[in-house]
Design a protein around this ligand. Structure first.
Ligand SMILES: C[S@@+](CC[C@H](N)C(=O)[O-])C[C@H]1O[C@@H](n2cnc3c(N)ncnc32)[C@H](O)[C@@H]1O
Length: 272
């Protein structure tokens, strides 16, 4: 089979998914979410902060800067590859401890943090009620919670989801559904209050993302997520068809050569 242009662009990404996550996803999407989340968390100098589902640590490092050397910061994630990248990126301000663990059962002492934050992670946790109870347990009295999730699915990501269902398989497209699965204010408020938190509040903010041109956007996103392994298994023709659909679908989102998308950050805040 001849090598299609899609084959070339699919294969030009070296590194594992965690390295690509830090290289591509974090600057375009993770960092803007981190800034909005920490705006809601209103960290004070010297506070002790825990970042749940920290991934490669974009929120963790920003929190370390904000609380400064007198603070203390911990990042926790279930995926050792994400933590390996997190450990390798330089940080400033507070010292950071990294923990490999499931958010449902934290290997951390009661009352040991002033603030628990989490960005783009809680939607993937199977037992969200346990995770929220654990977040509350490790908070000191009056400690604060700030969680960022995302949804509903914006049009650009719906195009990606449909193209993945068509050219890879529906089970793979289900990953995209999981990403945008936890955004309804009532559900988030109930989950948080049921875990024992007080003053639970949920609000949305619109973020205007600036993304790479459609073909780059597709392959960078695929290579930064668990989608990479599944897309590696389809043949060249299916990859070329996936790329054609996504590029055609994204066309109306490109203005002056730039791909943009408005996306809703959902902020859940509460107090112990
Ligand atoms: C989209 S990434 C977000 C990472 C980081 N918070 C950020 O904003 O870039 C989702 C992260 O959630 C982690 N995760 C998923 N389920 C988890 C669980 N049950 N416990 C801890 N981490 C989990 C994944 O390993 C992944 O690193």
């Amino acid at each position: 089979m001849s090598t299609s242009s899609s084959e070339v662009s699919f294969k030009q990404y070296g590194g594992n998914a965690a390295e690509n996550y830090e290289r591509y996803f974090v600057p375009a999407i993770g960092a803007p979410f981190a800034t909005v989340l920490l705006g809601a968390a209103a960290l004070q100098v010297g506070e002790r902060v825990l970042d749940i589902a920290c991934g490669t640590g974009v929120v963790t490092r920003l929190a370390a800067e904000q609380v400064g050397p007198k603070g203390a910061v911990a990042g926790l994630d279930v995926n050792p590859a994400m933590l390996a990248v997190a450990r390798s990126v330089p940080s400033s301000g507070a010292a950071i401890e990294w923990h490999e663990a499931n958010a449902e059962s934290l290997p951390l002492a009661d009352g040991s943090f002033d603030v628990v934050v989490s960005s783009l992670g809680l939607q993937f946790v199977a037992d969200k009620a346990s995770a929220l109870r654990e977040m509350r347990r490790v908070l000191a009295p009056e400690g604060r919670l700030a969680i960022a999730t995302v949804g509903p699915t914006p049009p650009l990501f719906a195009i990606l989801e449909q193209a993945l269902a068509r050219h890879v398989k529906p089970e793979v497209a289900a990953f995209m559904q999981a990403v945008f699965s936890l955004y309804k204010p009532q559900e988030l408020e109930t989950l948080t209050s049921s875990a024992g938190f007080r003053n639970a509040g949920v609000r949305s903010e619109t973020l205007s993302l600036t993304l790479p041109e459609p073909r780059e956007f597709l392959w960078q996103y695929v290579h930064s997520t668990p989608l990479a392994a599944a897309v590696a298994q389809i043949d060249d023709e299916a990859r070329a068809a996936l790329e054609r659909d996504v590029v055609a679908g994204c066309r109306s989102f490109v203005k002056d050569g730039i791909l943009t998308e408005d996306i809703s950050v959902v902020l859940t805040t509460a107090q112990k």
